[in-house]
Design a protein around this ligand. Structure first.
Ligand code: SF4
Length: 345
């Protein structure tokens, strides 16, 4: 029996018909899962009892997190979820009025090997299915609703490189934006990538209204290779793809830039970054490194961070420093999973 979340809409309708049911029952199940967040068929009370019985094994993937950490100020909750094969992934809910944002994982682990990232240390375990990605979104929305709010934004910034799992991430975006599904505006969804050029272009084509964030971290090719060693494309190739994306979507791109003390945080780096992205409708989001055990890099000084921002702004590049929430929990990507694996060992 398939897990219902692992079926796309046509496959779900076909599956329901194979059980001798009319296809509108499939539409009911779809709405239950993606509008109401009910993934246990026995709780889909608008279905006939016989069908609920037939589906008893089809929604069995447990949704309860293995562990949840919430920051002292209550702004951030991080859940560790166990997948059906035992893999662990993280999902983060960030509450910042009036927005509730979920940060979704797209892979178990990650192959990109960013030297400052706890997930990168763990390597790639496997791709997540579209259903496993949606399970995280459904969970986060139910948290928000239980607290009397609504999930307003989705960012693919959790574990993994979303554009290295293009098919499943694309299908998840389709479900998130389906008016009969999660019904979220694509403008409230952001895909954050280290930059896989062909898939940046595919994203522009398939989901032109979804926001693009590119994790650049360095203006120079050699330094970028040091910081993001496995990403195959050069800075020039990535920026070419971003220009194509921008032309096709007329959208503004965000460049994410993790600042590491003494590595990429000088005013010279900022000037070279400004030159590189000149002419793009861009915004730079600076992220002072939040070091976690085992990763490379130290947190930059406040002075260097502000200096970097000022240099970019003087060059005409709108620049913000990420407001950090939840630093008192294992907030860096992959840290909670790493902690759990280490404690088991
Ligand atoms: S920062 Fe993102 S792309 Fe880099 S290793 Fe971590 S999860 Fe992968």
């Amino acid at each position: 029996m398939p897990d219902l979340l692992d079926l796309d809409r046509p496959a779900l309708l076909e599956f329901v018909e194979s059980l001798g049911q009319p296809s509108y029952r499939g539409k009911q199940i779809w709405r239950q899962m993606y509008q109401r967040g009910v993934i246990d068929p026995s709780a889909m009370t608008d279905l006939p009892a016989e069908l609920r019985g037939n589906l008893a094994d089809a929604g069995s993937t447990p949704t309860d997190p293995v562990e949840v950490q919430t920051s002292a100020d209550g702004s951030t909750s991080k859940a560790l979820l166990r997948l059906s094969d035992g893999e662990l992934i993280e999902t983060v809910l960030i509450r910042s009025k009036p927005r509730d944002t979920v940060c979704l994982s797209s892979q178990a682990g990650c192959a990109m090997g960013c030297v400052f990232c706890a997930t990168g240390l763990q390597g790639l375990r496997r791709q997540l299915t579209a259903g496993e990605i949606m399970r995280q979104a459904i969970l986060a929305r139910s948290w928000s609703r239980d607290e009397g709010r609504e999930l307003t934004h989705v960012v693919f910034m959790g574990m993994g490189e979303p554009l290295a799992n293009y098919a499943n991430v694309s299908e998840a975006i389709a479900r998130l934006t389906d008016p009969d599904g999660f019904a979220m505006s694509p403008r409230r969804i952001t895909v954050s990538t280290v930059g896989i050029p062909q898939n940046v272009r595919r994203l522009a084509n398939d989901h032109p209204h979804v926001n693009l964030a590119v994790s650049l971290h360095a203006p120079d090719p050699a330094l970028r290779r040091e910081l993001v060693p496995v990403a195959g494309a050069s800075v020039d190739e990535i920026l070419d793809a971003v220009r194509d994306h921008s032309r096709q979507t007329s959208g503004r791109v965000t460049f994410e830039y993790v600042l590491l003390r003494g590595v990429n945080d000088s005013r010279g780096h900022a000037r070279r970054l400004a030159n590189r992205i000149r002419g793009l409708r861009a915004h730079v989001n600076l992220i002072p490194l939040n070091p976690s055990p085992g990763v490379v890099g130290e947190r930059p000084s406040r002075r260097a961070t502000l200096g970097f921002q000022q240099t970019l702004q003087e060059s005409g590049v709108p620049t913000t420093i990420r407001v950090e929430q939840g630093r008192d929990i294992s907030a860096a990507c992959g840290q909670l999973r790493g902690d759990r694996i280490r404690s088991k060992k």
